[in-house]
Design a protein around this ligand. Sequence first.
Ligand code: IVH
Length: 712
Amino acid sequence: MTPDLFAEPPPPVPAAERAAELRAQLHHHAHLYYTLDAPKIPDAEYDRLFQELQAIEAQHPELMTPDSPTQRVGGAILKTLVPVRHSVPMLSIRTETDSSTSSPEKFESQIRNFLTSEQRRFVKGERGPLSQEAGRVLEGAVIDYVAELKFDGLAMSLRYEQGVLVRAATRGDGETGEDVTHNVRTIKQIPLKLPQDVPEVLEVRGEVYMRRDEFEVMNERQREKIAQGAKGEKTFVNPRNAAAGAVRQLDSRIARERPLSFFAYSWGEVVGDEKPPATQYDWLMRLKSWGFPVAEQTAVCRGANELVAFHRHIGEQRDALPYDIDGVVYKVNSLELQRELGFVSREPRWAVAHKYPAQEQLTTVQAIDVQVGRTGKLTPVAKLAPVFVGGVTVTNATLHNEMEARRKDVRVGDTVIVRRAGDVIPEVVSVLLDKREGDPPVFTMPTHCPVCGSDAVREEGEADHRCTGGLFCAAQRKQAILHYAQRRAVDIEGLGDKLVEQLVDSGLIKTLPDLYKLGLTALAGLERMAEKSAQNVLDALQKRRETTLPRLLFGLGIRHVGEATAKDLARHFGSLDRIMDASVDELLQVNDVGPVVAQSIRTFFEQAHNREVVEQLRAAGVHWPENDGEHNTPQPLLGKTFVLTGTFPTLKREEAKAMLEAAGAKVAGSVSKKTDYLVAGAEAGSKLDKAQELGVAVIDEAAMLGLLGGAD
Ligand code: IVH
């Protein structure tokens, strides 16, 4: 027994030590978050540390300190923004992350239990009688709630005196916030003046936030500024931090450029209210009538069941909303009941926030793999230490392509923030650079396909690398076979999506030529494949052993070689071998083949694997008529460019074009410096003017026929 392997686990870190460590960390991150608007960890990570500290303090009350972050809601105040004391404190609400059913039920039973104990106190003479409303609830009446969205922005209190906006303040620690009126005035959704009938003093509370699309636009602009070398600019991690940063700017011109929005959901001090509403919902409708945005999803729910349904319904819509929410909020609708329920410490008993799973989490990159898609696209994928985010356990996050991976500078061993919203593929948002150890190598794309070893290339002007072993590469098998079998290619009837899937998955087919080795027993042995249909597929394969060169060529799935190019290539070269051996220069002489297409054909046939597959197809009896092609006929006009205009005495325009092309010339649609000859007939127009202007040779039909005859 080696002591190393079987030693006792290390003793737990003593609670006092851990609590002190957590406090230091939480202070540090709260400072980064609240004061500097530059958080380094996702909210969920902060919450986790916070909850760990709360748990320790609950277990060991003697360890509680007055300066513990659990005793304070917000962060320190920047000296340069003026502090504002809230006349009515800005409270926070209890947060639940439980399953969708248990939270509303728990909330409701807590309300009933509290009212029952208050009733007992009344019986004992410790308090006055309960309201009629509370009485009805105690007798079993349904409780009405208002269900709202929990916006993921920052809380704001807007103070109006005689209907005029006089001050906007952040929440700060709930008692004292900061005066940010200068910035809030720039938010177009916030009214500066209210209608006549509002109370003398009115504090409207709600959330300042940034829409996701506006956030993307703004971050794109930031990226451009950084790329242009602007100093002191940065991109933002998420819309909430961007909003918080904008609101707390000292210079309101900066805030004005940041697109902020607002939702109202509550109120603070109110003086001179002539007709105070009786419910939360009526208050919201009143705020709406005064011009404040109130989310349209706000709903009155009767009983816990309807809250459960609301939570589920909004959860389904969450990703389609134009802004981030991190949960929903339930509030008792009756204000009288709200007053009766009151507060525990700093949280109302009449409200609870019910969160959704966090969409961002912290994890580490264990490796960066490169995956090959069905079409040959190579995608770098970060392999992550498993992490629960957006409701599922995530172990992979796409890095899209080499440029993206480098822009984010993701490296093996890094600590990263991953985001997963809805069904969107998880992605790495950013790297925590200060957690990087050593100097791990920068990510580079492999030069060869990790699946089949063929060359991996990136074409000019494209972001993606691609595998060039289309016919051979296992990752592209299904795609390659389907492409080959389609009607416009070799046209094998009955060989569709599902069958190809089955054939490849069962291992019956690895590369194209295997198609021709299929036997009746194997085919008919596949699920849902009757003997008759199996025989039909075999017949179709047999029938199409005889095909044409353009069909076969298109069927090979060479990138950029569509049906038309395949026809041009076949016409020009006449045989597959000549195409396979053609140089880029030779390929460039084919009508409509430019450098990208020529290179793609070249690279395809440079892959030994692809050539092998072609040989195997031939060996399997696939054949097609070949000829000498056009390249062997004399091409006196090779490399010359012609433009045709006007009406010719004997030839139709199309005839002239065909004759020129057969002689190796290119026929273009408009005159440019590259034009060698303009062939002008009767009533030639602007093309003639242009040719004269550029000094291009202008000839008539007879001269053209002369050139075709071989004279230059
Ligand atoms: S009500 C006394 N309603 O969540 C109740 N808060 O801790 C005061 N929030 O700081 C808050 N959406 O920033 C309320 N519909 C909503 C909310 C909401 C977002 C935020 C707010 C507050 C925190 C609650």
